[in-house]
Write a protein that binds this ligand. Structure first.
Ligand code: ADP
Length: 476
């Protein structure tokens, strides 16, 4: 502490000594003039280095130097008197200004140290950006999570931490929020996909808060890596998804036995009528009226069989479903983020390309997420042995439907099963059950959509399914 006092007052003394030498060297030019302007830098220096006390000391010393070098003419010449009086007032003012500046810069340093200690210890990754999307600070947990050091990322656009298409669109989002106040993530929180410095992607939970300072706006994002949640939690989720899978399988088994039972009757009737028609054809004279009657009845029975299937399907689809109004883009993003849990180890690159501003769809969210989950898992499994592992998902608007796409760079569908792909129990996997895709089709068709698989032009498979948009009246 006393060292500091010596330093503060010492600098004022040294500066005054310097100006004394300068004054002595230039003495002959000054004649009888005070010329206090040459002392102002001394007082300024003392004020900003040491504050009020040293500034006052420097003022007194400079007045002393002036008095010593001018002698009597200091008080006899009114110009000198005015000059010296002004300087005597200016000195303390500069001292107080210096004091305030020093206090504020100390407070700023303290605040910075405080913030840094938070940034170093907060368990979630924390990223602060300004209103242009430029990263201002990056916590230690964010460094571990994204693989960027603060020195590399601070000053760059935060979009570097996102995969496409968010990377290209983030500035526009921010601009829209600043001009219209429309919130997509700020203050709400979402599950989104992040990108590490090595280009790999991962699902994360993002919450963003906003801070306004005069003339400035900051956004603070808290990121939680969903792949790093406790193993127990992941296992629980796997068990849950297996359970859903099994429950659907059971429902399907029940449906299959009811269909078999109900449909047996019209099918045997169809067989009997056709047999009758064949017998009629063998007769010498062809009784066309009776034959037409038999075939008509066979057709009716076949339609009845079709009706039964339709009814059963509707029954199963209605089951315990709960429909709600959902945004196709959000629904897909969340489902993909969940499906990616556990895919981290497989080094799959994920790109999400969706149209923005799409109408809503009315769906059973869990069921549609189950479809996306199945398709994404199949895609990841298909790419297990591929050199290129790129998963591209997205949803686009076409007419009155949303088209969801899940494309992989795997080996493509085996030629032997292309025609039967969506039928139950069709599988090429050693431990596969072959029910995933048939469940997907049941769910999508129950929602009034279609599902298809196409070859990916660059190699691999593209699964596409459609869902109709909600009518304007349904949205309210
Ligand atoms: P499972 O995965 O239990 O075999 P699925 O009904 O989900 O049942 O899939 C049926 C079959 O379709 C799989 O065994 C596989 O041969 C094929 N398949 C599904 N998705 C893909 C894909 N993305 N790429 C290549 N083949 C696929």
């Amino acid at each position: 502490m006393s060292d500091r006092i010596w330093y503060r007052y010492g600098t004022a003394l040294a500066a005054a000594a310097l100006v004394l030498m300068l004054r002595a060297a230039l003495d002959r030019f000054f004649e009888d003039r005070t010329f206090t302007i040459i002392y102002v830098p001394v007082v300024l220096f003392a004020a900003f280095a040491g504050g009020r006390g040293p500034a006052l000391l420097a003022t007194v010393l400079c007045l002393g130097i002036s008095a010593k070098s001018l002698g009597k003419s200091l008080v006899t010449d009114p110009a000198n008197l005015i000059d010296i009086a002004c300087f005597a007032i200016l000195g303390p003012i500069l001292g107080f200004m210096g004091d305030r500046l020093l206090r504020e810069s100390k407070q700023a340093r303290d605040r910075q140290a405080h913030l840094q200690s938070i940034l170093d210890t907060v368990p979630d990754a924390m990223i602060v950006i300004d209103d242009r999307g430029i990263v201002r600070s990056f916590s230690a947990a964010a460094e571990r999570l994204f693989g960027w050091s603060p020195a590399e990322i601070v000053g760059r656009n935060v979009s570097s931490l996102m995969p496409q298409p968010y990377r290209g669109e983030h500035d526009r989002y921010l601009e829209r929020y600043l001009t219209t106040g429309e919130r997509r993530i700020i203050g709400i929180g979402r599950i989104v996909v992040g990108e590490r410095s090595d280009g790999s992607t991962f699902p994360m939970e993002l919450a963003v808060g906003e801070a306004k300072a005069p003339g400035d706006r900051f956004f603070t994002g808290f990121v939680r890596d969903l792949t790093e949640r406790r193993a127990q939690e992941r296992r629980l989720q796997e068990l849950q998804s297996e359970l859903v899978h099994v429950s659907r399988l059971t429902a399907m088994g029940e449906m299959a036995s009811s269909i078999a039972h109900e449909i047996n009757q019209p099918l045997s009737a169809v067989t009997n009528y056709i047999r009758g028609a064949t017998t009629l054809m063998a007769a010498e004279t062809l009784d066309t009226a009776r034959m037409r009657d038999a075939l008509d009845r066979a057709a009716q029975q076949a339609l009845r069989a079709g009706d039964i299937i339709k009814r059963l399907r509707e029954f199963v689809a209605k089951g315990e479903t709960e429909h709600s109004l959902e945004s196709p883009v959000t629904l897909l993003e969340e489902a993909v983020a969940l499906a990616l849990l556990g895919a981290k180890e497989q080094g799959v690159r994920v790109a999400i390309r969706s149209d923005r501003d799409m109408p809503s769809i009315i769906v059973d969210k869990i069921q549609i997420q189950q479809v996306v989950l199945n398709l994404v898992r199949n895609a990841i499994e298909a790419m297990a042995t591929s050199a290129r592992r790129e998963l591209t998902v997205g949803v686009t608007k076409t007419g009155d439907e949303a088209i969801f796409t899940i494309a992989d760079t795997g080996p493509g569908i085996s030629s032997g099963i292309t025609d039967r792909l969506f039928q139950p129990f069709v599988t090429t996997k050693e431990h596969g059950m072959g029910v995933g895709l048939s469940i997907c089709r049941t769910i999508i068709e129950a929602h009034g959509g279609r599902i298809d698989a196409l070859p990916n032009p660059g190699g691999g498979t593209v699964f596409q399914f459609t869902l109709p948009f909600a009518e304007a009246g349904e949205e309210t």
